[in-house]
Structure formats: C-alpha cells, structure tokens
Design a protein around this ligand. Structure first.
Ligand code: SF4
Length: 334
C-alpha cells in the first residue's frame, strides 16, 4: 500500500517548479558602463509543471515567455527567483553540479533553418548531445543511437549523411527534435517549435511531440503565440503579459472560462473552427500598444489597455481562485 502511494506520489508530484523568476536586462548604461535603466523581461513568474504533462505558455511577442524558457535551461541566469527540479534547487548549483541537469533538460528552437549548422551532416547534428556527454562507447554505438533517434522522429536513417539544406522544413524540425532527444532528456522546452512551419506540417510535428511524450514520459514547456496549438497540446496553461503571469490553470478551465480581460482578448483573436464558434465569436480589439518593458505601468501592467481599468487598478492586483485549479490576477475578482 505504502509502495503504491509512494509510486502515485512520484508520478503526480510537481516535477519542475519556478518560484518568483525575475529577469532584468540592462537597457541603458552610463559613461562608466553601469546600468541606469532595466528591461523588465520577466517579473515574479511562478508555476509548476507536473511530470509527464505539458504546460503551455502564451502571450504576445515580447511578453517574456521565451525568457522564462531560457531561464529554466540556464541560458539566462535569473536576476532573482528559484528553479526546482524534482525538489533540487537548480539556481543555487555550481556549473559542475548543474551539468547532469543540462543533460536532462533540452530545447527545441523556433527556427529549424537557422538552428542547424549548414556545414554539418544530419547524423552529426543529432549526435551533438551524445558527443558532449560521452554517451556512446564506440563509433558503432553512436551510429546506432543516431539511427534509432532518426527513426523515432520519422526520418530515414539513410539520410544521416545529408546536409540540412537537403531536408524540408518539417524534416529539419524533426532533426532538431532528434537532437534534443539524444541525451535522453526528461524535460523539453519547445520555444515556438512549429511557428515557422506550414499549417499541415505543424500538425504532423505536434502529433510527433505528443507521441514522443507518451512513449518517453516527457514533460514539456510549450511556448507559443498560437492559442489553438497550445490548446491542442497543453494540459495546463499560463498567460503572460508584459513580463508577468496574469492567468493560469488547467487548459480546459482557462479555455472554457477565460477570466482575465487580456486572456479574453487574446483568445478572441484566434480563428474559430466550428460554425457555433463562428456565430458567437466577437473579436476584442485592444486599444494602444504594449507599454515599454523598461518602464512598465505601476499596479496592473495591463491597465493602459484594459477596457475595465479603474483607479484601484493602479495598485498591484492579487491572485484570485476563479474555480478549483484556475487562477487570475485581476481586481475585477476582488
Ligand atoms: Fe483590467 Fe484592472 Fe483587471 Fe488590470 S486589474 S485587468 S486593469 S480590471
């Protein structure tokens, strides 16, 4: 009984946790090179990703979603905040201690064209992680693993000797996925992973990611500006605006019962698929531009564009539980 409970706990507990992640980049420096103003790329971003699930991250371009992914993978060192991986705090680790986690956490980039070195053959690109972490004892073992990864990702092993320009866009993204899988990771950040592809190819790549998730028990952070894709692939979602999370919850609850005025506007801009949706859909047009991340509005950051903004929105809104497993940061729910 205890064993079963322990197993259940291990399967369901939060696998990855971000606590108060903040990333400020210098915007301007004085004559001595000291920063005098900062870009608030991400502020106080907290979330949890359960094992084997997908957390979708949505928001307009510049909202901080890619910055969050890069902080998780240590590409950016957070200005403040903590990252926990199966209970271990990664942010406090020395580079050598962090190395095993680099192997377990990988990235699939947005652009399958620029992220592949045109001078390398597909097999060598896929083997990058195998080489970096010395995961093959011999050349034969390396070749075998590359062939296995190519097959898993829907590529022909005979293509291992081809260069990136000899592949289509979809095939290049399959190479990127195979490269990410080479270290046998548990967690993958997919940063706009299908945005550069045609719609029909997008569906194939999304299905491949889902199949791989089932097969290998992968956990994804899926960053995208395309809400329909995020809806299809995600179990949970966070909505970001100007460096902050404004709404979070299980995908279906947020989709069915959008609470934050920004989330409503964002979803209203996605194309409707069914006749019923088309009939009921009203596009919410937001006035004004996204404010500068160098000087974001005080209080609610969305207030300069929110149709419901009032005086009290000049103060920082608190989180409210709209329903079980669904939270919003907006004063309308005070
Ligand atoms: Fe709009 Fe105020 Fe809610 Fe911000 S807190 S989203 S300004 S109503």
């Amino acid at each position: 009984m205890v064993d079963t409970m322990e197993k259940e706990y291990k399967e369901n507990h939060d696998f990855l946790e971000a606590e108060g992640l903040t990333m400020h980049f210098p915007a301007k420096r004085d004559s001595l090179g000291r920063p005098v103003s900062w870009i608030h790329a991400a502020d106080d971003v907290s979330f949890r990703v359960p094992k084997g699930k997908t957390l979708g991250v949505v928001g307009e371009s510049g909202c901080g979603k890619s910055t969050v992914g890069k902080m998780l993978l240590n590409i950016y060192r957070p200005t403040s905040g903590k990252i926990y991986y199966e209970g271990t705090e990664l942010t406090g680790l020395a580079p050598r201690e962090r190395r095993p986690y680099v192997k377990r956490m990988q990235l699939v980039w947005q652009d399958p064209y620029s992220s592949l070195d045109p001078r390398l053959r597909a097999g060598d690109i896929i083997a990058e992680g195998i080489d970096n972490f010395h995961l093959a004892a011999s050349a034969a073992q390396r070749r075998e693993r590359v062939e296995q990864l190519m097959t898993m990702c829907g590529l022909y092993p005979e293509q291992a000797g081809n260069y990136p320009h000899q592949f289509s866009g979809g095939q290049r993204q399959r190479i990127c996925i195979a490269r990410a899988l080479a270290t046998d990771p548990e967690f993958i950040v997919c940063d706009e992973a299908v945005s550069a592809l045609d719609v029909s190819i997008q569906a194939q790549i999304i299905n491949l990611l889902k199949d791989l998730q089932d097969e290998l028990s992968l956990t994804y952070l899926f960053i995208s500006h395309d809400l329909n894709i995020v809806h299809f692939i995600s179990d949970e979602i966070i909505v970001m605006y100007l460096g902050q999370i404004v709404e979070r919850g299980t995908m279906e609850k947020v989709y069915q019962n959008r609470a934050h005025p920004y989330t409503k506007a964002l979803f209203s801009a996605t194309p409707a698929f069914t006749a019923a949706e088309k009939q009921h859909k009203t596009r919410i047009i937001l006035e004004g531009d996204v404010p500068s991340p160098v000087d974001p509005p005080k209080g609610c950051r969305f207030r300069s564009r929110c149709p419901y903004a009032e005086r009290r929105c000049e103060e920082e809104p608190q989180w409210h539980e709209v329903e079980s497993g669904h939270f919003v940061k907006c004063r309308l729910f005070d």
